[in-house]
Design a binder for this molecule. Sequence first.
Ligand SMILES: Nc1ncnc2c1ncn2[C@@H]1O[C@H](COP(=O)(O)OP(=O)(O)O)[C@@H](O)[C@H]1O
Ligand SMILES: [Mg+2]
Length: 343
Amino acid sequence: MTDELGETIVNSKFSLKDIGIIGNSQPMKALARQIETTARCDLTVLITGDSGTGKELVARAIHQQSGRAALPFISINCGALSETLLESELFGYERGAFTGANQKQKGLFQAAHMGTIFLDEIGEMSPACQVKLLRVLQEGAVRPIGGHNEIAIDVRVIAATNRNLGQEIGAGKFRDDLFYRIAVLTIETPPLRKRSSDIPLLVEYFLRHADEKMKCPQRHKIEEEGLTALSVYSWPGNVRQLRHVIERLVATTFESELITTEAIFRALPASLLSEMATQLPIIFRENDSLDDFLDCMLLRAYEQLRKQTGSHSKAARLLRIDRVSLYQRVERARQRIKSSVAP
Ligand SMILES: Nc1ncnc2c1ncn2[C@@H]1O[C@H](COP(=O)(O)OP(=O)(O)O)[C@@H](O)[C@H]1O
Ligand SMILES: [Mg+2]
């Protein structure tokens, strides 16, 4: 059986929700299939995608679905440690290898033996560390710092980055031989703006989570137009940002059960209008007056919001104006634009 893209459909035996990955949209269904096929083989994987799109969740899911599930999953953020610290964490060291190495220490590759190691933010790794990692991958063995013997390891490597490694290679910052070793399989996590139909599900999930975590006396609900506003917003920080906004909303409305649209507007880092203003290309004709120009902007903002919300009434509520007044403003702008372009 094949899907609309002609790919063979793999009947998912697991549900994303069971492993804490929320989403029902087409991109998420495709991601579930990729996780499943990737989990079945033991190859190295590179997960790419913007920050906050769930790369670490995907890495854990691959491990959990794989034959290594009962063995360790070890995660390390390559961008959070200095070069020397990262090397000693990854490869371990012998006693006396450097000042302060008072006793021998196993590295994370050894600790992950027979399991999976997740190298997050691999694009941040220094050139020296990249060389050492490449050797480990080629040899299937690590040599602790200051040591002479290689220790054989059997570890599946999953790496992630939000950088464009192709560009990093072009700029001489990332080794192409390491890239080809790592990107045997690749998975891309979709940005939230490309799967906004998942936003209500995520909101509900994070609400329940926050209610439980903060031991709220009641279960929070969200006003409908507030939920629409959350679905229209573009979420540059992706799911992580959505999660933080919901947690803040729950914490600040601890006493009442309803999270109002007003509270949501206050919690969003940029207003929907200012967001739209940055998205709309500005067209200015030579003989336009300021009023023509503003009418043009109004029409475009209205049309976009109407498309995103699916109705005039919802657009009006988000713009905090009543339906009739919005209709009159939009019509006036339409008529003026028509008459100003008429011969
Ligand atoms: N699809 C999803 N369902 C539920 N939570 C998610 C999803 N994607 C991301 N998250 C949450 O968002 C936050 C960031 O996820 P993470 O995997 O660390 O992203 P990344 O590694 O891409 O920056 C985490 O709290 C994670 O639980
Ligand atoms: Mg991450």
